[in-house]
Write a protein that binds this ligand. Structure first.
Ligand code: HEM
Length: 215
């Protein structure tokens, strides 16, 4: 019988498969939620929300593991969540291609309407670099200090994703709030709240570590 834990390649593959099934469940849940809300553009929104959730999840474990022991066990899925999340982000980009092209038009910059796509594009660029260096060869070539330093830009990318969604969706969230919050919230709002939690946990970790070092 094959021992999956001893064969590194098969073990990694099994983690990818499990993460993929998990990602499909998130995708399906998001698709059903958005279809139930009868919002147009369901497919693109679903890929976007799934991408953001998976990427944010991949970044939660380092801080969560510091405060809660149970999260340590899940930390091995970090890379797989990030890579599959990136795959959904690529899909989202392809579905948003025409919107992206507006970023390269002079009128978009002159009218100040570049922010939603610019923030999305910058976040995507950071995630691309992270995906490209998520392998052992890059760790060896860059050295672990630089490699870890580059991966920390993921938190900047998460902030950019929050801004991207905020610029695109905040007017709708405000209308929903002003109308007495009738009906369930937009999935984009829940995604941004989750992303904010990931960032707050990271800040709490930095704060706690710097307090420890100062002692
Ligand atoms: C060049 C890169 C990107 C472009 C051109 C782009 C474009 C768009 C567009 C046009 C929408 C509005 C879709 C709609 O309302 O139907 C959108 C929404 C969204 N995008 Fe992006 N995006 C990019 C990168 C990203 C990245 C990297 C993420 C996260 C990993 C992301 C996450 C989201 C989310 C969560 C929404 C809101 C979905 C919803 O309304 O439920 N985007 N994006």
């Amino acid at each position: 019988m094959i021992n999956f834990k001893k064969n590194k390649f098969l073990f990694d593959l099994s983690l990818y498969l499990k993460t993929f099934v998990f990602a499909l469940l998130i995708f399906l849940g998001a698709y059903l939620y958005l279809s139930w809300l009868k919002i147009p553009g369901t497919l693109n929104k679903t890929t976007a929300d799934t991408a953001a959730l998976l990427v944010a999840l991949s970044m939660i474990f380092s801080s969560l593991g510091y405060f809660f022991n149970f999260a340590d066990r899940l930390a091995i899925y970090r890379k797989h969540l990030g890579m599959i999340g990136f795959g959904f982000a690529v899909w989202h980009l392809l579905l948003s291609w025409s919107a992206l092209l507006n970023l390269f038009k002079v009128e978009t910059w002159e009218s100040g309407k570049m922010w939603p796509m610019l923030t999305g594009f910058l976040a995507f660029s950071i995630f691309t670099v992270m995906a490209l260096i998520s392998n052992q060869l890059s760790t060896r070539l860059l050295g672990s200090k630089l490699w870890k330093g580059i991966l920390r830009f993921g938190f900047l990318a998460l902030i950019l994703v929050m801004l991207h969604v905020f610029f695109l969706k905040s007017a709708r969230w405000l209308t929903w709030y002003q109308e007495g919050m009738q009906g369930p919230p937009a999935l984009s709002l829940l995604v941004v709240i989750f992303t904010a939690i990931v960032l707050i946990l990271r800040l709490a970790l930095w704060f706690s570590l710097s307090k420890r070092r100062a002692r």
